[in-house]
Write a protein that binds this ligand. Structure first.
Ligand SMILES: [Zn+2]
Length: 151
């Protein structure tokens, strides 16, 4: 998988705040993260990409997402806005719903999300409210970034 080093980690834990603009920090992060951990992150992002591919095959905007807890994927989803004619059927929202159902709680504490594209404002709100601990983003949007900095 190419471009894996561009994964952005956004988290409320300050030491994890890594932004694409700061390449040095990314290198530092990968340096202090164990190789095994990076392998796991790559694995989950690949799963998110598989979901994005499913969306692409359905002629949807290709966005895929997985939610991981205790090193297990507990939910996976892809964008279904067109096929469901529903503006809220973004991959992240569907994944959050599935994870909440599975955990029987809306609090997705200790969960991590892997998503192929930076979430929109609707999904960002849902992610913050779901208390997901950390989010890995493969590709940032050009605009729309300020909402993350304000959290
Ligand atoms: Zn969204």
């Amino acid at each position: 998988m190419k471009n894996i080093k561009k994964i952005i980690i956004l988290s409320k834990e300050e030491e994890d705040l890594i932004y694409l603009q700061n390449a040095k920090n990314i290198i530092k992060y990968f340096y202090k993260t164990s190789k095994k951990r990076v392998k796991m992150q790559e694995k989950y992002m690949k799963e998110a990409l598989k979901e994005a591919k499913k969306a692409y095959e359905k002629k949807e905007v290709p966005v895929g997402c997985v939610i991981v807890k205790d090193d297990k994927i507990i939910a996976r989803a892809h964008n279904l806005k067109e096929s469901k004619n529903d503006t809220t059927k973004h991959a992240e929202i569907i994944a959050i719903q599935k994870a909440s159902k599975k955990l029987n709680s809306w609090r997705l504490l200790d969960c991590e999300m892997y998503v192929t594209l930076e979430p929109c404002s609707m999904c960002a709100g849902a992610i913050i409210n779901s208390r997901i601990k950390k989010i890995y983003i493969r590709k940032l949007r050009r605009k729309n970034r300020s909402m993350w900095f304000s959290t």
